[in-house]
Design a protein around this ligand. Structure first.
Ligand code: NAI
Length: 306
């Protein structure tokens, strides 16, 4: 299979490396900057013999070269520049993402789309709209990353192996995300048995602030290693039909009492994309946090289209 990555920036190029080195698919990297995706692709090809995989990797500025992709990942977009409001960024990225989605679907009409560009839930909604695809074929990556951050902080606190910690973060990608602390476990043991409430709240707060913590440390740009790993996990579950149950930004039609909105919920990912959405029983507090999160996404969808 072939995976196209639109936006050969830090997330896009790292994702290309992961997909090729995990031997999941051939990769096409597309960017508006001339020469840059071609150069990255050549660099990755030159690592092929050293990493012992045989995947094709190419770079292009032309959507015709992305034809017949099984999956299109959209990471194209800009971070906020000085003097720019969030609304300005919203509109600039909306235009980039909608253009990318329309151009990509024209050459890969059966593709599954995974959106990474921020603001994530809004960009995923616009991609669903622009491609006119069935809802199971369009999704956004956020929850897998936010959950990995929560799991990391729990593992660090307890001094246990990160892979033994399982947690899920729902809702929108941002301050209003909904970490489900009472469902988090270490190999099946609820963290509520292992940590006191104040400590759990501190870890939840650090998770909410996980993206910003890295931006503050790095100054130039944000996280990309873990975002690329999280996206590659979704790509893998789809291409290998693994049916993993992951928190994914999906288009809702009545689930969780929400309609015509994209937000992070537990989804089973396989050949068809979002194979189904699991409706968890939420506490009143979790449920109202999810509603608040959805209202904010809805306002921003409106703003992006004004
Ligand atoms: P970056 O600036 O390194 O890369 C963005 C790339 O998009 C650049 O190479 C740029 O030339 C390209 N681009 C811009 N307009 C384009 C167009 N019209 N067509 C094709 N390519 C175009 O940024 P980075 O760090 O890779 O982040 C990319 C996006 O992913 C940002 O919006 C960021 O906020 C978001 N992000 C989302 C995460 C999530 O959890 N959903 C996690 C990390 C980043």
């Amino acid at each position: 299979p072939r995976v196209t990555i639109v936006g050969a920036g830090r997330v896009g190029s790292t994702l290309a490396q992961r997909i090729a080195e995990k031997n999941l698919a051939d990769v096409v990297l597309l960017d508006i900057v001339e020469g840059m995706p071609q150069g990255l692709a050549l660099d990755l090809l030159e690592a092929r013999g050293l990493e012992l995989h045989n995947r094709q990797i190419s770079g292009t500025n032309n959507y015709a070269d992305t034809a017949n992709s099984a999956i299109v990942v959209i990471t194209a977009g800009f971070p906020r520049k000085p003097g720019m409001s969030r609304d300005d960024l919203l509109k600039i990225n909306a235009k980039i993402v909608v253009d990318a989605a329309k151009n990509a679907i024209a050459h890969s009409p059966h593709a599954i789309f995974i959106v990474v560009t921020n603001p994530l839930d809004v960009m995923t909604y616009l991609t669903w709209q622009a491609t006119n695809l069935p809802r199971n074929q369009v999704m956004g990556m956020a929850g897998v990353l936010d959950s990995a951050r929560f799991e990391t902080f729990i593992a660090l606190e307890l001094g246990v192996l990160p892979a033994d910690v399982k947690a899920m973060v729902l809702g929108s990608h941002g301050d209003l995300m909904v970490p489900l602390a009472r469902y988090a476990t270490v190999n099946g043991i609820p963290i509520t048995e292992l940590l006191d409430a104040a400590t759990i709240e501190r870890l939840v707060e650090r998770t909410r602030n996980g993206g910003a913590e890295i931006v503050e440390l790095m100054h130039t740009g944000g996280a990309f290693f873990a975002p690329a790993s999280a996206t590659s996990l979704m790509v893998e579950s789809i291409l290998l039909n693994q049916s993993r149950l992951l928190p994914v930004a999906a288009y809702l039609q009545g689930e969780y009492g929400l309609n015509d909105i994209v937000i992070g919920v537990p989804c089973r990912l396989g050949y068809g994309g979002v194979e189904n959405i699991l409706e968890l029983t939420l506490s009143d507090q979790e449920s109202s946090a999810l509603q608040t999160s959805a209202e904010s996404v809805r306002r921003n969808i409106q703003r992006a289209q004004d």
